[in-house]
Design a protein around this ligand. Structure first.
Ligand SMILES: [Zn+2]
Length: 291
């Protein structure tokens, strides 16, 4: 029988869950990045990915796209050691990331993508290390394109910016207690992780089909930036102000009008992430790379 102490414990755990799940695009966003990239791998890269992921419960890029977040529950030690790899923050304000200051010892999303790519490309590494590197890369390229993962405010990427969201969208299970009378108590990071894409009302395959029917590669046109993780986070950071991601006057209440207004941008970032992931994998594992 639950006594008060247990209830307090449960409440504390629910709170932890609310914070923890707001660590990245939600499963749908990361899954879309993986699925779209998978559809644009060349034959050799596709075979290499299949070999590396053999034995995974879902051996696809979409299937492993949230693994780096799931470590929080499945391997807390490892999650702790890698938690800084999901984002970068410009400590000096603005969007001028300085890696020495903002990414010491490669401990940010930019450094992590570069380091894991080196492991993936190194065929003398054990297959387990290369498999994990692939899973990290799929996830972190998604994160680097989520604007709230590359900001310069001091609100933990919008996790500290509270939002009352009027929405018919059912929250994820962990957050159900904060959904009252059609209003969800959440934060700006979670709005970007989950609500904007969930508001389209499509599952992974149907949503992938829709996004894949748009011109590929996505706009803007491919450039040298497609191979520079630091440039991706610079784009993310500049979008925060350029596209008014924080509501006008820092208002803390919003509804589906905000989700609808921001969805094209969120979908563009997902598609850019997928394009760049496919390029990276084709270069590193595929016909475009060295044999
Ligand atoms: Zn993440």
């Amino acid at each position: 029988m639950a006594n008060h102490r247990n209830l307090r414990l449960i409440a504390a755990l629910l709170c932890l869950g609310a914070i923890s799940t707001a660590a990245a695009w939600g499963r749908l966003g990361h899954g879309l990045v993986g699925e779209l990239a998978q559809r644009h791998l060349d034959a050799k890269a596709r075979a290499e990915v299949a070999a590396l992921l053999a034995g995974e419960p879902d051996p696809t890029l979409a299937g492993v796209a949230s693994w780096a977040d799931d470590l929080r529950d499945n391997d807390p030690q490892r999650f702790k050691a890698t938690s800084r790899w999901h984002y970068i923050n410009a400590e000096g304000g603005g969007c001028g990331f300085e890696l020495a200051r903002d990414c010491p010892d490669d401990n940010c999303v930019v450094g992590a993508i570069e380091a894991q790519r080196a492991i993936l490309a190194d065929r003398s590494q054990p297959i387990e290390a290369r498999r994990d590197a692939l899973k990290f890369i799929v996830h972190f390229i998604g994160d680097a394109h989520q604007p709230m993962h590359a900001g310069s405010r001091t609100d933990s990427g919008g996790n500290g910016f509270q939002i009352s969201l009027r929405t018919p969208i059912e929250p994820e299970a962990y957050a159900r207690s904060k959904y009252v009378d059609g209003v969800m108590g959440t934060n700006l990071h979670s709005v970007w992780d989950y609500y904007i894409l969930a508001g389209r009302g499509l599952g992974l395959q149907a949503y992938s089909d829709k996004l894949d029917a748009l011109p590929w590669p996505p706009t803007p046109a491919p450039s040298t930036h497609d191979f520079m993780p630091l440039a991706w986070t610079g784009e993310s950071c500049r979008l925060i102000d350029a596209r008014g991601i924080y509501p006008p006057d820092d208002r803390h209440a919003m509804d589906s009008a905000y989700l609808d207004a921001m969805r094209p941008l969120a979908e563009q970032r997902v598609r850019q992430a997928a394009w760049r992931l496919a390029q990276l994998l084709n270069q590193t594992l595929g016909d475009a790379g060295t044999p």
